[in-house]
Structures are given as structure tokens and as C-alpha cells.
Design a protein around this ligand. Structure first.
Ligand code: GTB
Length: 217
């Protein structure tokens, strides 16, 4: 059964692949699962029909037959569990990869999102600079810790897995902020993720929504 995901009809990032449908597209490309995309407008996302799929009126959602999922982490985990290629076979290695997925979403992503929300919504506030310094510091702490753990390794724990897919997706949101410059190993890690053919296909497909160009053929 071909799953259907939802994505922004008009993404504010203008096709830079920062909205959370990108990580779902990437996972589906990694496992070779074809999928359909239903584009939704901001107003559609808040209508009852979409809220029946996503209680918070957001993207992405994932529909596969009777199954409806929301939350990009849950969706990527579902894809990784149902297909070969995104999680190790060994039970302990699999548990560690899932722990890293949670770390990406629960420990690394929050300070990054807080920072980007401050840049987006709070720039005109008198306290913006002061708050930004605090948020930058929180991001720096997490990046420093991640940088130390990754060291010279290619991926977080052995072979590429859904953990790396999620961590690279989260770190990409810092692109252009200057926040990654002091961490050459993290920059190289992101570049390794972005160089994967599955990433490239997913990126091209979400960009095509913005440019209106077809990616098939
Ligand atoms: N925890 C949920 C998940 O991981 O799936 C969060 C889902 C979420 O935040 N969805 C956003 C959304 O639907 C899109 S991805 N927002 C509309 C709303 O809440 O009304 C977040 C996002 C949006 C845009 C950019 N950008 O333009 O750079 C980056 C990230």
C-alpha cells in the first residue's frame, strides 16, 4: 500500500527542506518505499478534516491504509521498523539507534527550535539580544556535547541509521546561523547525510513543490 504524507503547499523556507516532511520523505527514500504527497495550505491544516489526522493541525501526517500517524519522529520510526535499512538488526544496537532518535528530537532539537523561533518572532522585542545570547549558549552547549561524542566517526553509532537521519535533519535547521562554524566534524556529518542519494531525491522532490518543476524523468 502506497503511503500518503502531507506537506506545506507553500513552505516558508522556500524549498530549503527545513519543514518536517523532509525527514519523512528522506526515510521513505532510504528504504525505497514510493509515496504520495498531499499538499495542504495553512488554513486547511486547521480544518476538522486535517485535525482528524493531526490533532495539532500541523504537517507532516502519514496515512497507510487504516493507519494514520502524526509526529515526524513516530513516522520515521514506523518506517524504520517496517522496512530494512534504517535500523540495525542487533537488538541492542537497534535500541541505541532509537535512543539517538529521541536525543535528536528531545535534547538537540528544542534549543535549536527555540533559537529559530526567537529569530522569527521576537526580533523587534527590546530584550531580543539578551535572550538570543542565552539561546545561543544553550545551542552551543548541545553542539559541543554532540561534537565530542561524534568525534571522527562517520555516524552516531556504527552504520548510518534513522538516528543519523533525524540528527542531520535537526542540525540542518542551524544552516546559515553561523552556529555550526566551530564544529567542523558536525558540518562534515551534515554534508555526509546530505550527500546520500536518498536525501538528494527527497530534497529535490520537496524543492519541486516550491519551484513547480517536475523531478520525474
Ligand atoms: N513535533 C512535530 C513533528 O515533529 O512532526 C512538529 C510538527 C511541526 O512543527 N509542523 C510544522 C507545522 O505544521 C511544520 S515543520 N506548522 C504549522 C502550524 O503549526 O500551524 C516546522 C517548520 C516550519 C517551517 C520551517 N521553515 O520554514 O524553515 C521550518 C520548520
Amino acid at each position: 500500500m502506497t503511503p500518503t504524507i502531507t506537506a506545506f503547499e507553500r513552505s516558508p523556507d522556500r524549498g530549503r527542506g527545513l519543514a518536517r516532511d523532509m525527514r519523512v520523505r528522506w526515510a521513505l527514500e532510504e528504504v525505497g518505499q514510493p509515496y504520495d504527497v498531499r499538499l495542504v495550505s495553512f488554513s486547511e491544516m486547521k480544518q476538522p478534516a486535517h485535525r482528524a489526522l493531526h490533532p495539532f493541525g500541523q504537517i507532516p501526517t502519514y496515512q497507510e491504509g487504516e493507519l494514520v500517524l502524526f509526529e515526524s519522529g513516530a513516522i520515521v520510526l514506523h518506517i524504520a521498523q517496517r522496512h530494512v535499512g534504517l535500523l540495525p538488526e542487533d537488538a541492542n544496537a537497534r535500541a541505541r539507534a532509537i535512543a539517538w532518535m529521541f536525543a535528536a528530537l528531545n535534547t538537540v532539537e528544542p534549543p535549536i527550535v527555540d533559537r529559530s523561533m526567537a529569530m522569527l518572532l521576537e526580533r523587534d522585542k527590546s530584550w531580543h539580544e539578551e535572550r538570543l545570547a542565552i539561546l545561543d549558549d544553550r545551542v552551543r552547549v548541545r553542539l559541543g556535547e554532540l561534537c565530542s561524542r561524534l568525534g571522527d566517526a562517520d555516524w552516531l553509532d556504527g552504520a548510518f541509521s534513522a538516528a543519523d537521519l533525524m540528527m542531520v535533519s535537526v542540525l540542518r535547521r542551524l544552516g546559515g546561523s553561523g552556529g555550526l562554524e566551530n564544529y567542523p566534524n558536525l558540518c562534515a556529518y551534515i554534508a555526509r547525510g546530505e550527500a546520500r542519494p536518498a536525501y538528494q531525491r527527497a530534497f529535490a522532490d520537496q524543492l519541486a513543490v516550491f519551484t513547480g518543476r517536475s523531478t520525474s524523468g
